[in-house]
Each structure stands twice: as structure tokens, then as C-alpha cells.
Design a protein around this ligand. Structure first.
Ligand SMILES: Cc1cc2nc3c(=O)[nH]c(=O)nc-3n(C[C@H](O)[C@H](O)[C@H](O)COP(=O)(O)OP(=O)(O)OC[C@H]3O[C@@H](n4cnc5c(N)ncnc54)[C@H](O)[C@@H]3O)c2cc1C
Length: 311
């Protein structure tokens, strides 16, 4: 579809929020990589979101839910259709509480680290290991993010999802098949909010654990660089970072993408890196690991979008 046609479908002032066209995705990913999204919609409230979704469906335009873009490699040709950002959906509140447990209602666009801080302040235990993982609660549910033996799914009671037909459905966490860094949430489903259950503990105890996990993270990961976290999943019982290091890949570079010398499973965009160089480096590293150890690495980052059109 031509940009003018898209603009006609989304005339200015139709919704509460923003709709932009040909929005560079590099401005919305931690890697600072990614071509333009045809449409970039930031609805201000649920009724605007539902209306945008309806209009997209009616015109056969695909919708891609975006969190903070910290687990994404968006290709250089950008994203076809509409990216939907839930950055206005950030509320965190208490649903109910007894002497042992608290139930929280959390909107999908809330930052995971705001949730962790909220839990620390109130002495809520169960997500300490998620301290320092960037991104939103929606992104963490979609990828079942985790670290140090903690996973997002463990605290989850239910999620509310806007599905591709436009209906909003509540699903119990047991009804979603979670795996290692994966969930059964489909790519055309939008997580709107979630109910979490956390244990009520001593504030200092929760705070100490979080501080410890944050320190470990600062010491072992290039958290100040442009990365998307771990590039490959850890094969069962093994460390992808160790395998990449043993295959002699630390510091390998293609264009402006470099394998971190601190943590080999992190690839850094040193400047104006491209998705195609990133993918080439992934292929080269994958090949070297396979030759050295016989292990086939699987991507943990999500590669989305279209290649750059040539000619
Ligand atoms: C320095 C660094 C360290 C990291 N450390 C860890 C770690 O220890 N453990 C770990 O698991 N990950 C880690 N990550 C990866 C990343 O932060 C997590 O996967 C994070 O949960 C992704 O959230 P996001 O909001 O950025 O999602 P995005 O990157 O925006 O999206 C990821 C996927 O989730 C989908 N999605 C996002 N929001 C929604 C929604 N509302 N509804 C439906 N689908 C949605 C997207 O469509 C996409 O498929 C790290 C990343 C960085 C940069």
C-alpha cells in the first residue's frame, strides 16, 4: 500500500494518541537498528486501540505489537503494516491482598523495571530475578523473559489479550504454553494487561536479592551498549556465551556489529550497524560454534520485518 492510501485510512485526529507513517524503527529498538514501519500507532486509551485495530483488520493491514524493542532485530527494510505501541498503557495497581499474597493488575506497556521497583518498595517477592531486564511487561510475557532461575510465567495468574478478530479475552496463565524464552501468545495477538501473584515478604530481603542480581548483571553484561540482550538461546545444560567464546568469536566484527568481549552472547551495534550485518554475524558465529562443538544455536532475539528492496 502507498503511504497516501495509509494516510487516507488513518486521517489526522481520528483517534486519541498518535499515528505516524514511515517511522524509523531504529528509534524504537535498543539495538538502534531497523528500517521504517509503514504505520506507527500509539493509542492513548483502550477504545482508541480497539478502533485502530478494527480499521487495520478492515483494510487487511497486519499489526505488530511493540514493547520497548529490547529483544528485537528489525530488518533494514522496516515493518510492513502497523506497529502498535502500548506506551500509554502503564498502570500498576493492587487488585487484592491478604497476609501472604498480593494480586497486582499490570498493564502491558508498564516497564518491567518499574514493576520490579514497585515490588521492592512494597516487599513483594517472586520477580527479583527479573531485575535489570529492560522492556515492558507485555514483552516479558510474550518471551517468558527470565534470569537466575526466575521466569515471567511464574508470577502470572492471567492475561487479557486482544486477538486478531478484535475480541478481548482473559486467559489463565496455565492456558498459555510457556517454554524457555517463549510463550503461546501468537504474533497477531496483543497482550493488554496481566494479573500477577506475588508473595508478601520483608522489604529488605526483597531489596537485597534485587541489588545482588543487578550487581551480577552489571559485572557480566555490556548493559551500557546498544544490544538486544542474548542473541542465542542457551542449549539445554550449556551456555551459548561460553560456546561462542570457545569458538573464538569474542570481538568478531562485521561492519559495525561486534561480538561483545565481555559476554560473547551479546552483539553490539557500535554505531550505524545494519540488520543484514547483524544476521551475517549471527550466521558466522553459528557456523563456528557448530564446527567447534557440534551444537546448533537457536536465536533468542526476534528477527522481524522485511529485507531492504534492491534495484
Ligand atoms: C541489556 C539487555 C539485557 C537483557 N537481559 C535479558 C535477560 O536476562 N533475560 C531475558 O529473558 N531477556 C533479556 N533481554 C531481552 C529483553 O529485554 C526481554 O526479552 C524483554 O522482556 C523484551 O521486552 P520488550 O518490551 O522490549 O519487547 P519487544 O522487544 O518490544 O518485543 C519482543 C516480542 O514481544 C512481543 N510483544 C511486546 N509487547 C507485546 C504485547 N503487549 N502483546 C503481544 N506481544 C508483545 C513483540 O511483538 C515481540 O515479538 C535483555 C535485553 C537487553 C538489551
Amino acid at each position: 500500500m502507498k503511504i497516501q492510501e495509509l494516510k487516507d485510512i488513518f486521517p489526522e485526529g481520528l483517534f486519541e494518541g498518535e499515528v505516524r507513517f514511515m517511522e524509523p524503527m531504529r528509534s524504537h529498538t535498543s539495538l538502534r537498528i531497523g528500517g521504517p514501519a509503514d504505520i506507527f500507532a500509539v493509542p492513548r486509551d483502550l477504545s482508541s486501540l480497539i478502533n485502530i485495530h478494527k480499521r487495520l483488520r478492515k483494510n487487511g493491514i497486519p499489526a505488530f505489537p511493540l514493547g520497548s524493542g529490547t529483544n528485537l532485530l528489525v530488518k533494514d527494510g522496516g515493518i510492513e503494516g502497523a506497529v502498535i505501541s502500548l506506551s500509554f498503557f502503564r498502570r500498576i495497581g493492587v487488585l487484592s491482598q491478604d497476609s501472604e499474597y498480593v494480586h497486582l493488575a499490570v498493564e502491558a506497556g508498564a516497564l518491567l523495571q518499574r514493576l520490579v521497583h514497585y515490588a521492592v518498595e512494597n516487599g513483594y517477592s517472586g520477580i527479583e530475578g527479573l531485575a535489570g531486564i529492560p522492556g515492558t511487561v507485555g514483552g516479558a510475557i510474550c518471551g517468558n523473559s527470565g534470569a537466575h532461575g526466575y521466569e515471567m510465567k511464574d508470577a502470572l495468574v492471567s492475561v487479557e489479550i486482544l486477538n486478531k478478530t478484535g475480541s478481548v479475552k482473559k486467559t489463565d496463565a496455565e492456558g498459555i504454553s510457556f517454554g524457555y524464552r517463549s510463550s503461546g501468545v501468537l504474533s497477531d495477538e496483543l497482550i493488554l494487561d496481566a494479573e500477577l501473584k506475588l508473595e508478601i515478604r520483608d522489604t529488605e530481603e526483597v531489596s537485597k536479592k534485587v541489588e545482588n542480581f543487578l550487581r551480577m548483571r552489571r559485572e557480566s553484561q555490556p548493559v551500557w551498549e546498544h544490544t538486544a540482550g542474548c542473541v542465542f538461546k542457551n542449549p539445554p545444560g550449556l551456555s551459548a556465551g561460553k560456546l561462542i567464546d570457545e569458538a573464538g568469536c569474542k570481538g568478531r566484527r562485521i561492519g559495525e556489529i561486534e561480538v561483545s568481549t565481555l559476554h560473547a552472547n551479546f552483539f553490539i551495534n557500535k554505531g550505524a550497524g545494519t540488520a543484514s550485518d547483524f544476521v551475517r554475524l549471527m550466521e558466522e558465529v553459528g557456523l563456528r560454534v557448530k564446527e567447534r562443538s557440534g551444537v546448533i544455536l537457536e536465536p533468542e532475539i526476534k528477527i522481524v520485518g522485511r529485507d531492504l528492496a534492491h534495484g
